[in-house]
Ligand binder design. Structure first.
Ligand code: PLP
Length: 235
């Protein structure tokens, strides 16, 4: 893509290749298999055209935060192999729409929301894949369940008929260095491994965004959620 000044900005397809190369390199550096790590393209606020560009570059999994915006995109983008992940905060009056529109929900932070999603999911769609959102920063303003309460919520979710408990998700407060970022992710990484003993179907550790996905992969992430590094800065 040409800018005003004639220098070139990387295209979405180039950005996706760059992120994929970073995933491969980081996996190699930390002795992991890169096929264990999937890339979720976070397309909130991005246009249909940009999503189509990412699709043309081979991207299939997309993450959205705002229900109204997402359902419009889902209705208009008809490619059958798109996989939609809801990753934003959930209000209870939106659960029916989420249950009817998405393949995954990463942001379950209370039982009531899980119960509503399960009750509202139609059997025909198959079980809704879910992650419990963990609060790693202990800030009252950040959503997510405190570490000590995650095991109980997982237990309760695993009994719900139309949900499939797949993992944990977190959005930690930003920190500067790789070492700090790794330390921030360590507790969720340990908890995830413990929970896998009780819930063998849990295979998804959804951690890592544009600024910290290298640290997240070093700490065992199996799904990074990347917006800015793929689509550029949001308005
Ligand atoms: C916006 C968002 C992302 C992507 O953030 P970038 O820094 O743009 O990569 C990932 N996860 C969640 C939950 C988000 O809201």
């Amino acid at each position: 893509m040409q800018t005003l000044y004639g220098d070139t900005m990387p295209s979405i397809s180039e950005n996706i290749s760059t992120v994929r190369a970073q995933i491969a390199k980081t996996a190699h550096d930390y002795g992991r298999d890169e096929s264990e790590i999937s890339l979720l393209a976070v397309s909130k606020t991005q246009s249909m055209a940009k999503i189509q560009e990412a699709y043309a570059a081979g991207q299939r999994e997309f993450g959205e935060n705002y229900v109204q915006e997402a359902v419009q995109k889902i209705a208009e983008l008809k490619m059958p192999d798109l996989v939609w992940h809801f990753i934003g905060p959930i209000q209870s009056n939106k659960t029916a729409t989420i249950a009817a529109s998405f393949d995954w929900v990463h942001s379950i932070d209370r039982l009531k929301i899980a119960q509503r999603l399960s009750a509202q999911r139609s059997s025909a769609m198959g079980r809704l894949k879910v992650c419990v959102q963990v609060n790693l920063s202990n800030e009252a303003t950040k959503s997510g369940v405190a570490l000590e309460q995650v095991a109980q919520l997982c237990q309760q979710i695993s009994a719900l008929p139309h949900l499939e408990l797949r993992g944990l998700m977190a959005i930690p407060a930003p920190s500067e260095t790789l070492e700090q970022q790794r330390r921030t992710f360590e507790p969720i990484s340990l908890l995830f491994k413990e929970l896998q003993n009780m819930h063998p179907q849990m295979d998804t550790l959804s951690i890592g965004m544009s600024a910290d996905f290298v640290a997240a992969i070093a700490q065992g992430s199996t799904m990074i959620r990347v917006g800015t590094a793929i689509f550029g800065a949001r308005d």
